[in-house]
Design a protein around this ligand. Sequence first.
Ligand code: NDP
Ligand code: 2IT
Length: 443
Amino acid sequence: MSYTARVLEQTIKRNPGEPEFHQALTEILTSLQPFVDGRPEYERWGILERLVEPERVVMFRVPWVDDEGRVQVNKGYRVQFNSAIGPYKGGLRFHPSVSLSIIKFLGFEQIFKNSLTGLPIGGGKGGSDFDPKGKSDREVMAFCQSFMTELQRHIGAANDVPAGDIGVGGREIGYMYGQYKRVSNRFEGVLTGKGLTYGGSLARTEATGYGLVYLVDEMLRCHGKSLEGKTVVVSGSGNVAIYATQKVQQLGGKVVALSDSNGYIYDEIGVDLNAVKEIKEINRGRISEYKNYRPGALYSEGKGIWGIKCDVALPCATQNELDETDAKALVSNGCFAVGEGANMPTTLEATSILLKNKVLFAPGKAANAGGVATSALEMSQNAMRIAWSFDEVDKKLKNIMENIYGNIAAAAREAGKEDNFVAGANIAGFRKVAEAMLLQGAV
Ligand code: NDP
Ligand code: 2IT
């Protein structure tokens, strides 16, 4: 049995009941096998055994008082996975589905994603099973303050810098930053995605969605194609989906569908993004309300967005939202490119169907790395106590995404897997971290 296969089997056995973590391990270790097998020093130095075990896992109680005066208790997590190339960096997710398995899969992916950005950031992730939906502002603030009262012992500008993810946007980051500052008495770049008045970076809000489209556009360009005039389906209608839609529209593509966890809309003439922003960013409403703005649009309850005919699909909601049936539907409808805005939105089976059918597939750890890359730019600005213009940050972001594409395409080619960007991203992300771990000894 190969070194990678043995570590995969042992790690699954030692971490029972963590299906999402197992899925991420399987994808990464399987595609690393040929690369790792040719380099016996990795096994000698226990690189994989160390890589799959988080450096630290913090789990804590988050008590808070709701508007009825009752005490509620949620679970809090921070997984500090790997600091070989920089301080732990990665988002916080607030969603009722959050579990240790989900935070570990996200933290593990983040190691390779952050490496691909070319910037000095290690991998981490955190969050809570708290559901911000339907809560008052005061309840969200009470929760965020309690969460940070504990989390602040474990983070800092030089060792671990959290940010947003599902359910954590500007409002939550603001409440958490305020509490961090109060408890620690430090004004420092300990979180990214901050408001522009207290150290946030221009273009961080747009960065994940814009970055996704920059990378997809570059991938298409290198295959003699473009987004101009193409029909695009985007899932989700949160931060990533909204700014991916905006950039697709700027590049001449037409986004005809968006979704949330209740259902999806189809607008044949192209979605009205101002309407979506009002519904989602201002009113925190449901995507079904889109029909109030555009009576000609269709709304359907439940899943099914991938059955809509499109040229390019951008899953930007959540893990495992695009399965085998969806992949077959996309292929038979002539879809030729898929870019993952979300983390692990495509199941392993669906990914293999897309690859077999020569659909250009940009995996999340490369395609959505623009968010964390711009977070690292926010850290740089905070450390220098300066602020760059929107254009400066946006140019750097575009450059980073084009470099990522170039690197993953080259790594795929070198491995004899032309156009397999899953393998390319895993190899290119892994080798920098592995090299840093070798140089730093058995720690
Ligand atoms: P938001 O909370 O802003 O939006 C999430 C969107 O996905 C909402 O439309 C939400 O619908 C939908 N969604 C969430 N969970 C589910 C679910 N279980 N089933 C169906 N739909 C769901 O989050 P983001 O846009 O920030 O994140 C979207 C994805 O992008 C996530 O996978 C995240 O990890 C990834 N990502 C985010 C980055 C960032 O910078 N924000 C960076 C890199 C990746 P509803 O409102 O109904 O819950
Ligand atoms: O999944 C991700 O890369 C994020 N949620 C963004 C992390 C960050 O630190 O900006």
